[in-house]
Design a protein. Structure first.
Length: 318
């Protein structure tokens, strides 16, 4: 069984060590890897598969920062989007891009939430743990993750990294946090069949990546052209013995705070590819609970990177 982190961290905490010195267990001499490093990493990773890389051009469009009305949207709560400033690309994305499908392998999504309902693909959603086609989120975790990827522009609430993606809820957990490996594997197989562009896997558990069937499933998705982004996990140890964070073909994400410091709960190690905001992340939550909520965890960092990749993919046909 691969269980989602049962209680995402909240409240104040002392940050004792820097992401700069501990992401890979060594000091990066004279180089501070802050938020823009995620942009550079995503550019390089996606370029490898894009036509842009063969043309030796940047996959990032030239931002205009004009033409999209964000009035009524609260940008003060979402510090991650303030760092990335992806709203500068919204006009380009809305007018010139293809729709990217993002599978959220999680507890489901509140598909009636006003900041999400326009983006949810109701034809493709699946519940792999309750054996039905209703991917309603009766826990909250998946809705929070989905909001960070794609809370949309509707003159209220919040916006997040890329409000123009298509969200596909792939539910693999019950309301009691039962998240069996078989459900995760079936979700991966389904995502491959449906040619879903990117998978967000904000989940984890201890395991041996070299032989774990979830890692094999991720490799199958990637070999078919998909991209899988996974949380490094929240145990403050090397992520190489965790699944899916330790899986070879997953893009693995650690968490940092607003100062660029590694979150004290975040896993680290050579398998970590990049870090993103994961402390005090404000995002959507099921309407029957909070509507919006702050959570902390590598689960919250992962969808930032998924959103960034989706922006680049919007401009590069693979």
């Amino acid at each position: 069984m691969v269980g989602l982190y049962r209680k995402e961290r909240g409240g104040k905490r002392k940050v004792s060590r820097s992401f700069v010195t501990e992401l890979h267990g060594e000091k990066h001499r004279g180089t501070q890897r802050k938020f823009y490093s995620a942009l550079a990493f995503v550019s390089q990773r996606v370029q490898r598969k894009s036509k842009a890389s063969r043309r030796n051009t940047s996959p990032w469009p030239s931002p205009t920062g004009e033409g999209v009305n964000l009035s009524g949207e609260d940008l003060t709560q979402t510090w991650g989007i303030q760092q990335y400033q992806t709203y500068k690309y919204f006009e380009n994305i809305s007018e010139n891009s293809k729709k990217i499908r993002v599978g959220v392998v999680d507890t489901g999504i509140d598909y009636n939430h006003p900041d999400l309902k326009q983006n949810v693909n109701r034809a493709l959603w699946k519940d792999f743990v309750n054996e039905d086609d209703d991917a309603w989120d009766d826990q909250g975790h998946g809705t929070h993750v989905a909001g960070t990827i794609a809370a949309n522009i509707n003159a209220s609430g919040i916006i997040w990294v890329n409000p123009y993606v298509e969200l596909v809820p792939l539910k693999i957990c019950t309301d009691k946090w039962f998240c069996p490996s078989y459900a995760v594997i079936r979700a991966l197989e389904y995502a491959k069949e449906q040619k879903i562009d990117i998978l967000n896997m904000s989940l984890g558990g201890r395991g041996t990546p070299s032989w774990h069937p979830i890692c094999a499933g991720i490799s199958s998705v990637v070999d078919a052209g998909g991209i899988v982004v996974a949380a490094s996990w929240n145990s403050n140890i090397d992520t190489s013995r965790f699944v899916p964070g330790g899986c070879q073909q997953a893009i693995t994400v650690a968490a940092v705070d607003s100062l660029g410091m590694r979150a004290p709960f975040s896993n680290y190690g050579a398998k970590v590819d990049v870090a993103a905001p994961g402390v005090g992340v404000y995002s959507t939550y099921p309407l029957n609970k909070w509507t919006y909520k702050k959570l902390s965890g590598t689960s919250m960092a992962t969808p930032h990177i998924v959103g960034l990749i989706s922006i680049i993919q919007s401009y590069n046909k693979f």
